[in-house]
Design a protein around this ligand. Sequence first.
Ligand code: CA2
Length: 146
Amino acid sequence: MKNILVLHGPNLNLLGLREPQIYGNTTLDDVNNHLLSLAKQRKADLRIVQSNHEGVLIDSIHAAREWAQGILINPGGLTHTSVALRDAISGVGLPCVEVHLSNIHKREEFRHHSFISGIAVGVICGFGWRSYTMGLTGLLDAISDK
Ligand code: CA2
């Protein structure tokens, strides 16, 4: 059984409730249900955390050192700002896959750079909720390959 920490960053609790023209109508619960059903097929166990607080995300990453084999993360806006989140992920040494609902490279210039991508196993963006299931597949395969 592979144990995976799934992290949703700031404002992703609003998914499906605001700005549907950018992020669609899928709610965060919908995303989590898609992930849980894939995890069941792949015999993986997920612990899912959404937080609007950088420190809570960092504490979850530190704690994952004790129980997880990998991290699936949509860092939200912290993607483009947070050295601390990057340091936490590289500090615990767990393989990490970064996902985004939108294609960040097609959007404003400030979204083109990610502090996380350089330490991620891989990055998937632009496929809505499917970015998450593609990311989980890639992460589980990467852990198996090790
Ligand atoms: O496309 C993504 O998944 C993002 O990580 C979403 C972040 C954004 O800052 C990144 O550049 C790309 C924003 C998350 C906030 O999501 C909302 C959803 C609905 C309404 C308002 C915000």
